[in-house]
Design a binder for this molecule. Structure first.
Ligand code: BT5
Length: 260
């Protein structure tokens, strides 16, 4: 993978500019700085390796050389998108999920930001915002996808099991550029329908643990346990507690797992 193979593979998409790095700290850091300096809409930062890849709350995201897909996409939310910004993580998750389905896999979205295959984490999403006063000027959507086996972190460093597309397929997956093309094509399509019920329905259908008991941790509050019902129109998670009362979990520092 290099600048020219990515450029060539993505040629038919209407993207902004492209920056490619053999190695970088974090593609999100690069994209945040670039967005603040005026990067065009749908500009893309891709790296073969990240040495300081980040998850939420500064957790680490493992991106060793030659085996993973790590990129950040800059979005300028136009007037049509602004009322639906809370759905951005769904937009990203659905795009990854669609690309996995295209490979014949059955992906699930562990709300809010993980993609599971065979119940194991295969991809993660980190969305960050460049503010202009109290308006979101740009969003940076960072995605990390484990493509080859070598991208899976050592088990002892994980709180949740991980896998790769190669493991899930039982064979070598398509080139990373091709997977990137499929994710971005899906994202550009879904972005047109950001405010639609279709997006919420498709997102909800892909949720892991639907109808099951889950435990959700939000910040330092005691965990909330309930049956996972689905999504609210803004993408918040809806649970039902033992007394049939609805509980709405908004985004933020959230960790979800099955109780069993
Ligand atoms: C995430 O955070 O899952 C968001 C990951 C986003 C990574 C992309 S790569 C491109 C862009 N540039 C960046 O610097 N970041 C974005 P979170 O839900 O907080 O999960 C982090 C946790 O996932 C870690 O604490 C590990 O336990 C686990 N983890 C780390 N690397 C992993 C990997 N390659 N595969 C599966 N799990 C991993």
């Amino acid at each position: 993978m290099n600048h020219s193979t990515i450029r060539k593979t993505l040629a038919k998409l209407s993207l902004g500019d492209l920056r490619y790095f053999d190695s970088i700290g974090s593609t999100n850091d690069e994209a945040l700085a670039w967005a603040a300096a005026g990067a065009p809409d749908l500009s893309l930062v891709v790296a073969d390796e990240q040495t300081q890849g980040r998850g939420r709350l500064d957790r680490k995201w493992f991106t060793p050389k030659g085996s993973a897909l790590a990129f950040s996409l800059i979005l300028h939310p136009g007037a049509a998108l602004r009322p639906h910004l809370s759905r951005t993580v769904g937009l990203a998750a659905l795009s990854i999920a669609d690309s996995c389905s295209g490979l014949g896999l059955v992906p699930r979205i562990k709300w809010p930001n993980d993609i599971l295959i065979d119940g194991k984490k295969t991809a993660g999403i980190l969305i960050e915002t460049v503010w202009s006063g109290d308006e979101a000027d740009s969003l940076v959507i960072g995605m990390g996808i484990n493509v080859l086996k070598g991208s899976i972190p050592p088990a002892e460093s994980l709180q949740f099991p991980a896998t790769s597309l190669e493991d899930a397929l039982g064979m070598e997956p398509p080139a990373r550029e091709k997977i990137l093309l499929n994710i971005l094509s899906a994202l550009i399509d879904w972005r047109e329908r950001m405010g639609s019920e279709d997006l919420i329905n498709a997102w909800e259908e892909r949720l892991s643990f639907r109808g099951e008991q889950v435990q959700v941790r939000t910040g330092s509050e005691p965990p909330i346990t309930g049956e996972l019902l689905g999504l609210e129109p803004d993408g918040s998670l809806r649970l039902k507690d033992g007394g049939d009362k609805s509980i709405i979990i908004r985004f933020g520092d959230v960790g979800l797992r099955p109780t069993a």
